[in-house]
Write a protein that binds this ligand. Structure first.
Ligand SMILES: [Cu+2]
Length: 144
């Protein structure tokens, strides 16, 4: 019985310290295809904005479908952040809004690779349209 209590104490301490660490920097796990360069740029952008980023290479399309993102709304990589999926070159302002408001959705997506978005080169052509996914048809979440 004694060893069990000790085990539980250790386990609780470990779990709590993990939570504390996670509180310092939000973790982002990014899935991308091996050929994608702008995906690496986007990973760097999240790091610069204080996220703890891990990048994994995969086949993107099946993962995006599984995450509930229709083909037309798919971004060029898929991040898992704090229980949500964040697809494509989404600006951090939209991610912060998502994490603060914590709506009952699967996540958000910026379809395609709009010029001037974080991690993409070029000049911005128009407001980025970021859609919510996972609750019926994709709906506009934020335009910025
Ligand atoms: Cu891209």
């Amino acid at each position: 019985m004694n060893w069990l209590i000790r085990l539980l104490t250790v386990w609780t301490a470990l779990t709590m310290s993990t939570e504390l660490r996670a509180g310092e920097a939000t973790e982002a796990l990014i899935y991308k295809t091996p050929q994608c360069g702008c995906c690496d740029e986007y990973a760097g952008y999240l790091r610069q904005n204080g996220f703890k980023v891990t990048v994994r290479e995969t086949q993107l399309a099946p993962m995006s479908r599984k995450a509930g993102i229709p083909e037309k709304f798919e971004g060029c990589h898929l991040a898992h952040i704090d229980g949500y999926v964040v697809s494509g070159h989404v600006p951090v302002a939209a991610i912060r809004k998502l994490l603060q408001e914590r709506p009952a959705i699967g996540g958000i997506t910026l379809p395609g690779m709009p010029l001037g978005s974080p991690g993409m080169g070029g000049a911005k052509q128009e407001p980025f349209k970021i859609y919510e996914i996972g609750r019926g048809k994709p709906k506009l979440f934020l335009a910025e």
